[in-house]
Each structure stands twice: as C-alpha cells, then as structure tokens.
Design a protein around this ligand. Structure first.
Ligand code: SF4
Length: 387
C-alpha cells in the first residue's frame, strides 16, 4: 500500500541511503500520482478486502462496501485472487506449525528506532514459530522487483521486529515480493541478528539523509527510484555527461569495464534527455521560462476522423461503398484476448494454440534470473517440456 508520507520512507530508501541529499532535492517537486500508482492503490485495496473476507475479518456486505468505489478490471480480479491465495497459503503453512500464528494486513510499521520518524505500511505481516514474514504486493509490470538486499523490505522487517520481537522471540525474518503480473515471487531470508545488524549500519545514513547536510551522489538509485529531481540535479547530469563522453567514443577505445557501464546506462541516457526536455517544456509553458536558442511551437500532428467510426462508415455506405472494403478485420492480440476471456478461459480454449518463439540474445545485468544463453541451465529449460 502506498505509504502515508514519512519524510524518510521505506519505498524511497534506496535513494536516501545512496544519496543523502535526495530528500531535500525531491522536496522541491510536487507529488504527482501517476495512472500506474492509482492502479496499484486500487489493486492493494482489492487484495486487502479479499483477504479480510477470506479470513472472516469482514462480512460479505462490508466487503462490497470496501470495493464499491474501486475501478477494478478483470485482470486485477485475477491478480488479486492470486495474491490472496498466496498469502493464505503462507499463513496456513505457518499455522500448521504454530497454532497461535497471526496475520496482519496493511499494518502500520514503526521503524523509527533506526530511521528518524520512520513508519510505513506492510501489506501482509505473518508471525508464528519465531518467524516473521512480510509479503509486499507489487502491482507493477515494468521491472521485476528482487527481494535480495531490498532496503524497503528490510526496513519493513525492522518495523515488524520492533513490534513483535519481544513478544514472540523472533529468530528469522522472511521478506517476500509478490508481483503477480510478472509471475515473480522472490524471498530473502535473514536471521533476526543479521537484520538488526543491517539496521544498525543504516542508522547513520538515515540520520545524515534526515539532516539535509549530505551530498548529491548519483548512481543507479536515481533511475531505479525515479528521483523527481533528475531533470535539474547537477550530480545526475555530470554522471550522464561522463557516460555520454564514453558512448561517443569508438568501442575499441573503451575498456571492457567501460563498455559494461555504457550498456548498463545507455538506455538511461536517452531517458534523461527526455526528462530534461519535458521539464523545460513544462517550465516554458507554465512559468514562461526562456531557454536560449529555443521556443515553444505547436507540434506536428496527423489527420484523424473527427467523428467515431460508425458515423464515418455510415457516410461511406450511403455513398455506395461496401462494408468489407472499408473495415479491416483483425483478431485481438493475446493480451487483449486474455483480458476479454479471462486467463483461465483463454488457456482452456487457446492454450494449445499459443507458442512462444525463441527470444533474440540480449545483454542484461548479471542479477537477471534468466539462465545464461547457451548454458546447461538454459538447455534444460528449453527441453523441459520434451519427454
Ligand atoms: S537525481 Fe540522484 S543524485 Fe540527484 S538528488 Fe536524485 S538521487 Fe540524488
């Protein structure tokens, strides 16, 4: 669930841990909620309501009241069903070992012992048998989120320890990402002591970020954390310029390490120039800022029908054209067809008619979970369905 706003939030921790000035820099920009963020909020509310209903924390009438105003799609129904089922499975597994296992949904977690005034909301917290499990629903479908060394999850883990450690004699913490749209379930397991040690190392970084005295330090966290200050941040611009000078050198003049850095950042360079351009346009339009050598004009556009398709067809049919010649008939693509039929019905009717052609070789970061091209692991995966 998106957090109420703590100054040092768990979700923004990758930024403030690596760049202590990011809190002050971002505070100059308004909070803008994107369509994706709204969709994520809706999915969280629906997932929470489904779990509460399944756990008998609410009645069916209360459930309908909770979801009445939500803008729910068919896909979202399926994905939140799988979140509910996954959480229940994990909870029941703990319960089978420990009768008084507990589950808390959308739990406020106070981690101020490590982060000044720090608090946030854990989607699901399960406690039992000396183990805490945090399950974080990620509704995004852009980038797979890893649980490994995930500072947001670890901070939630600290918050949960702060509340439950003394009551339940915790010795282990499981931190899980559940990202249904990318079939991604990933867990990091830490002992209580490992997590506490990590929290102690975090303390001075949190204090520095909170003080506003730290420097801007650019790195992958700027883009991974969608820092709002990227369009104007000098450290970020210098970092991109350093990379740009490498990008424009012939590859033979670069070392392998430099090439790796360019591959890693090339996409972000393009995104950065777009960010700066969008920011400048917004400033020019809304605040009258003038940039030397530039002006705002109307962009090029293509012709389009001013009426809907049926009106255009009416005109043509009345003029003697037949329907076949004016319409293009096309089957829906897989994503849209799945949305129309539901995933289960799609698989039942069309599962055997869907193939997945081999993807082209592509360079990705080594942390990527896909097996390496031409490795034994990849061969095993390719042949796993062949008896
Ligand atoms: S863009 Fe990067 S370096 Fe600049 S404030 Fe944001 S996180 Fe820090």
């Amino acid at each position: 669930m998106p957090e109420e706003h703590a100054k040092l939030s768990a979700s923004g921790s990758k930024k403030w841990i690596n760049c202590p000035a990011s809190i002050a820099m971002e505070s100059k920009f308004p909070d803008e909620s994107s369509e994706y963020a709204k969709e994520g909020t809706t999915a969280h509310s629906l997932g929470e309501a489904k779990l509460k209903l399944a756990l008998n924390h609410i009645t069916r009438v209360q459930y309908h009241k909770m979801i009445r105003s939500l803008d729910i799609t068919e896909d979202m129904e399926e994905y939140t069903d799988s979140y509910r089922d996954f959480v229940l499975e994990r909870y029941n597994a703990v319960k089978s070992q420990c009768e008084d296992a507990q589950i808390h949904l959308e739990r406020r977690l106070d981690f101020s012992e490590w982060v000044p005034d720090g608090f946030g909301t854990g989607d699901t917290v399960i406690i039992g048998g000396g183990i805490i499990e945090i399950i974080d629903l990620k509704y995004g479908q852009g980038v797979k989120v890893s649980a490994d060394k995930n500072s947001q999850l670890r901070i939630y883990g600290l918050g949960a320890l702060s509340e439950y450690d003394y009551l339940y004699d915790i010795h282990k913490v499981n931190l899980t990402i559940f990202q249904p749209r990318l079939d991604n379930i990933d867990t990091e397991t830490l002992t209580r002591d490992e997590l506490i040690k990590w929290g102690e190392d975090l303390k001075p970084k949190a204090v520095l970020a909170n003080s506003g005295d730290g420097d801007c330090i650019a790195g992958r966290h700027c883009d991974d954390g969608f820092c709002k200050a990227r369009a104007v941040c000098r450290a970020y611009a210098e970092e991109k310029n350093r990379l740009a000078t490498m990008v424009f050198k012939p590859p033979l003049e670069l070392t392998e390490d430099e090439i790796a850095e360019v591959i890693d950042q090339a996409e972000n360079l393009a995104k950065w120039s777009k960010l700066v351009k969008d920011y400048a346009l917004e400033q020019a339009l809304n605040n009258g800022v003038k940039y030397p050598g530039f002006k705002v004009v109307e962009g090029r556009s293509n012709r389009k029908y001013a009426e809907d398709d049926s009106k255009i067809a009416d005109v043509l049919i009345k003029a003697g054209y037949d329907e076949k010649s004016i319409y293009k008939k096309e089957i829906l693509n897989i994503t849209k067809m799945e949305a129309l039929l539901s995933r289960a019905r799609f698989n039942e009717l069309l599962g055997e008619y869907v193939i997945k052609p081999q993807g082209k070789p592509t360079l990705v970061r080594s942390e990527d979970k896909r097996p390496e091209w031409n490795s034994a692991e990849k061969a095993a995966e390719d042949f796993k369905d062949i008896k």
